[in-house]
Design a protein around this ligand. Sequence first.
Ligand SMILES: N[C@@H](CCC(=O)N[C@@H](CS)C(=O)NCC(=O)O)C(=O)O
Length: 310
Amino acid sequence: MTELILHHYARSPFSEKVRLVLGMKGLHWKSVDVPVMLPKPDVMALTGGYRRTPFMQIGADIYCDTALMCRVIDRLHPQPALYPEMARGAAPMLAAWADSALFWVAVPRTFQLGAKELMGKAPPEFLKAFADDRTAMMAGVRRPGPQDTHAQLLTYLGWLEQQLGDGRPFMLGALACIADFSIAQSIWYMHHSPTVAALLQPYPALLVWYARMLDFGHGVSHDLSSTEAIEMARAATGHAACAVDASLGFEPGSEVTVNALDYGADPVAGRLVGLSLDEVVLERVDARAGQVHVHFPRVGFQIKSMEKSA
Ligand SMILES: N[C@@H](CCC(=O)N[C@@H](CS)C(=O)NCC(=O)O)C(=O)O
């Protein structure tokens, strides 16, 4: 079964990155709306504890983190290529910068300057609950202040404008690649606040590039409820092929946990069924979703043996 189900919410920048990728590929996909904050019981039924947004489901295979999701989408639907030959190494490197450094100044800066425009109509109880949720998700992470985000965002926007300075249509040349989508999500988020969007005016090449990115659209989505998605996982027969490369330090079938190394680091526990440089895959059995395989990228995630620590 290769039907793509994206679990996401409208205002999520990382979700917008994937929606635009689905648009570039011209795909039909199923759309499940997830809560913007905890609790997320239907998310947990599928992921086993990973709370970040978005994640992708294909039958009983669950893919966490957009870096992996985009590689899977590209493998299943290779044209047009998301990692074109001209940028095989540079594309994921630039994407990783945009998903971390750029994102973590663009999004906080947008909140710092545009909170009222973004959240103006939300009731105070929602705002308090949202702030508490994100504070807990970011526990232990140093967060930049307004002077930091101001200076760093201007530096990054300057770099992007220079990168497009020779008139190239996309960040790494003639073709769009994963880096364009990772950068676009931050610029997209800035546009939710008119005050913050105005900061982009001195960067004309970036704005032309951004309009080109929006032209990809989102493909064609069909709404699905989270209950139906869980039912589809339970009904699925089989999983995507995977195998454990034991030279990477863990035994096939061992009990492990996997967690993100940066934030939202809640561990997911399961039996190790896949391990390569590209991904780590856990098998877990959920009361509602049945036997699911939860996939994470290897980069940016930590695997811990439960057997050793027991
Ligand atoms: N590296 C992750 C980052 C995902 C991420 O930070 N997503 C944000 C929303 S855009 C999030 O999870 N926020 C908390 C939540 O949705 O519960 C990815 O590429 O998927």
